[in-house]
Design a protein around this ligand. Sequence first.
Ligand code: ATP
Ligand code: MG
Length: 184
Amino acid sequence: MKVRRLKLSGFKSFVEPAELSVEPGLTGVVGPNGCGKSNVLEAIRWVMGESSPKSMRGAGMDDVIFAGTALRPARDFAEVSLLVERDAGDAQGEGALPAGEIEVTRRIERGAGSAYRVNGRDVRAKDVALLFADAATGAHSPALVSQGRISAVIAAKPTERRAMLEEAAGISGLHVRRKDAEQK
Ligand code: ATP
Ligand code: MG
C-alpha cells in the first residue's frame, strides 16, 4: 500500500484546508519547532484509526479539533483524508473494499465522536482498521516513525516488541479477525 495524498481540515494546527502529496520513496517532514510536523504524522495515524487520545497528545479525542487562537475562533469539526493505493497483494478482506486508489476519510464533530468513509461511503471503524492491517500498515505501523518512537522500541516489553514484529510481518489483521470471531 502506498500513501499518495493527505488532506487536512480543522485538524490541530491545520485550521485551513491543506493538501500534502507524498512522493515515492522515503519521506521526511522538516520545519521549525512548533510548525506542525508531528501533527502531520498524527493526522496519518488518526485517519488510520488511532483510538488513544493520549498518543495524539490530547486528553480527549475532541482535542484534535482546532482549538482556536486569539485571532481565530475554534472549529467544531476536524476532517482528514488519506488517498492510498492498494497493491495487488493487499488482502481484500470481508466486505471487499475496492483495490487501486481509495480515499479513507475520518471526521470528528465536537461532542459527537468520529465517523469514517471510504470513497465517500460510510464504513465502520473496524473496516478501516482491517483495511490497513491487511496491508501491513496502520496507526501503529513501524513505517511511521514519530518522536520518541526509537527509544520506545528499545524500552519495549517483549510482548510489545512482538506486536511490532507482527505488524511488520502483516499478520495483525488475523488477530483483529480472531478477536472479532471470539466475540461472536
Ligand atoms: P517540534 O519541532 O517541537 O517537534 P512540531 O513541528 O512537531 O514541533 P507540532 O507538535 O506538530 O510541532 O505542532 C505544535 C503546534 O500545534 C502548537 O503550536 C500547538 O499549539 C498546535 N496545536 C496542537 N493541537 C492544536 C489544536 N487542537 N488547536 C490548535 N492548535 C493546536
Ligand atoms: Mg514534533
